[in-house]
Design a protein around this ligand. Structure first.
Ligand SMILES: [Zn+2]
Length: 383
C-alpha cells in the first residue's frame, strides 16, 4: 500500500507517510510552512505529530486553526495575518474540506494585491492574481470525501453577501498530497459513511455527465469500484487500514473525475446545505437514487455498463438496488423528511438548484419545476 504518484499532482500514498513531511517540504524548497487546520483537529494528537515532524526536520512551523466548518472571508484574512506575521513560505493544509479549502485560499491570497473575491470562479477572473506570488500548498486530508486535496478551487463564505463563493486558480492545486489512512481511523462511522457517499457521488455524477473527457470517465469508473468494494468495510471497522486507504484514493479520484461535470445531486445539495445547514455528503447520499431515477431515460445504458464493471448484473436496476441496499446498511436515511422540515424556503430550492453551476453537468437540463418535483420525491420517498 505504499506508492508515489505524479498524477494529477505529487501524491505520497500509504500508512505513516505523514511522518515524511520534512522530506516533502525539502523537495519543494519549503522552509517555514504554516499548518492550517480546524479547531477540532488542532486538539488531536495528529496535529502535534505533524508539528513535531516539521520541527525535527528543521522547519520553522506554526499552526493556525481559527476556521469555521464553512470557512469565511474573515477566517482567510486571519490566516493571511498569521502567514505574514510568521514569515511563512507555504501552507500545510491538514483536515477535511474546510481546512483544505481555507489553507488553499490563504496560500493563494496572502501575497496578492487583489482581494479574495476578485478571484471568484467567473470568466477569466484568475488572471487577477499574480501566479508568482501564490504560496505552495501541501494537502493532508483526514476525511475521505471532498477530494479537495486535488482540486483547484475552494469554497469560502462571503459574509456580507451571505453566500458561498467558489474561489478558483489553476495554481491552487496542491504541489504535494499525503494520503495517509492512519489519519482517518478516528473518523466516526456516520461521517465515514456520509463522506464516502460524497466521494461516490462525485465519480457517479462525473460518469453520467455528458462532457467529452474519456480520461475522467476511466477514473470515475475505478473510483466507483473502489467505493463499492470498501465503503461498508470502512464504516463497519474504522481501524481497517486497507479499506481506509482505498476510500482515500476513491475520494481523490472522484474529485479528479468531476472536471467532467457534476449534476443534479450537487445542484440540489448545494442550496439545501446552505439553507438548512445539512451535511453535504449526507445530502448527496439521500438524493442519489432519486436523481438516478430522474435521469434514467438518458443514462440507462451507461449505468448498465458501470454495473457490469463493478461486478453487478449489467443493468440500471441492479445498480439502483445496490445504492438502495448500501444506504440502508451504512445508516443513510431514505428521505429528506428524516433530516429536515418543509418550510416556505423549500419551494424555492428548485430555482436555486437550476441556477447552481453543477446543474449544467446533469445529463438532462431540468427546469426549476422539474428540480422541485425531484426534491418533493426525495422528501417523501417516492422513487
Ligand atoms: Zn460533493
Amino acid at each position: 500500500m505504499h506508492a508515489n504518484w505524479n498524477y494529477p499532482t505529487n501524491i505520497l500514498v500509504g500508512p505513516g507517510r505523514v511522518n515524511e513531511i520534512g522530506a516533502v517540504c525539502a523537495a519543494q524548497n519549503i522552509k517555514a510552512p504554516l499548518v492550517v487546520t480546524d479547531p477540532g483537529i488542532a486538539l488531536l494528537p495528529m496535529s502535534e505529530q505533524l508539528l513535531v515532524a516539521c520541527q525535527s526536520a528543521g522547519l520553522k512551523s506554526a499552526i493556525f486553526s481559527n476556521i469555521k466548518a464553512n470557512p469565511t472571508g474573515q477566517n482567510v484574512s486571519d490566516g493571511v495575518a498569521a502567514f505574514l506575521d510568521g514569515r511563512h513560505d507555504a501552507v500545510i493544509a491538514l483536515g477535511g474540506g474546510s481546512a483544505l479549502d481555507a489553507g488553499k485560499a490563504i496560500a493563494l491570497i496572502a501575497q496578492q494585491s487583489c482581494s479574495l473575491w476578485d478571484l471568484e470562479d467567473i470568466g477569466d477572473n484568475d488572471q487577477n492574481a499574480d501566479p508568482q506570488k501564490i504560496a505552495p500548498v501541501i494537502a493532508v486530508p483526514t476525511t475521505a470525501g471532498t477530494g479537495s486535496e486535488v482540486g483547484r478551487a475552494g469554497l469560502i463564505v462571503n459574509e456580507s453577501e451571505q453566500r458561498k463563493v467558489i474561489i478558483f486558480h489553476p495554481k491552487m492545486m496542491p504541489v504535494s498530497v499525503i494520503l495517509d489512512p492512519e489519519l482517518t481511523v478516528g473518523l466516526p462511522a456516520h461521517l465515514t459513511a456520509a463522506t464516502g457517499m460524497d466521494a461516490l457521488s462525485h465519480s457517479l455524477e462525473a460518469w453520467c455527465s455528458p462532457g467529452f473527457h474519456p480520461m475522467a470517465e476511466g477514473i470515475a469508473l475505478e473510483g466507483i469500484r473502489l467505493v463499492h468494494d470498501n465503503i461498508e468495510r470502512a464504516v463497519a471497522d474504522g481501524q481497517d487500514l486497507e479499506a481506509r486507504m482505498n476510500m482515500l484514493v476513491a475520494s481523490m479520484m472522484g474529485a479528479t473525475a468531476f472536471q467532467r461535470g457534476l449534476g443534479a445531486m450537487h445542484a440540489l445539495a448545494h442550496p439545501l446545505g446552505a439553507v438548512y445547514d445539512l451535511h453535504h455528503g449526507l445530502l448527496n447520499a439521500v438524493l442519489m437514487p432519486y436523481v438516478l431515477g430522474a435521469n434514467v431515460s438518458v443514462i440507462d445504458a451507461r449505468i448498465a455498463r458501470l454495473a457490469g464493471y463493478i461486478g453487478l448484473t449489467p443493468s440500471f436496476d441492479a445498480f439502483l438496488d445496490w445504492v438502495l441496499a448500501l444506504r440502508q446498511k451504512i445508516g443513510i436515511p431514505h428521505t429528506l423528511a428524516e433530516l429536515m422540515t418543509r418550510d416556505a424556503t423549500f419551494d424555492r430550492i428548485g430555482e436555486m438548484a437550476m441556477a447552481d453551476p453543477s446543474a449544467g453537468g446533469n445529463p438532462i437540463l431540468f427546469s426549476a419545476k422539474e428540480y422541485q418535483s425531484l426534491l418533493s420525491n426525495a422528501f417523501e420517498g417516492t422513487l
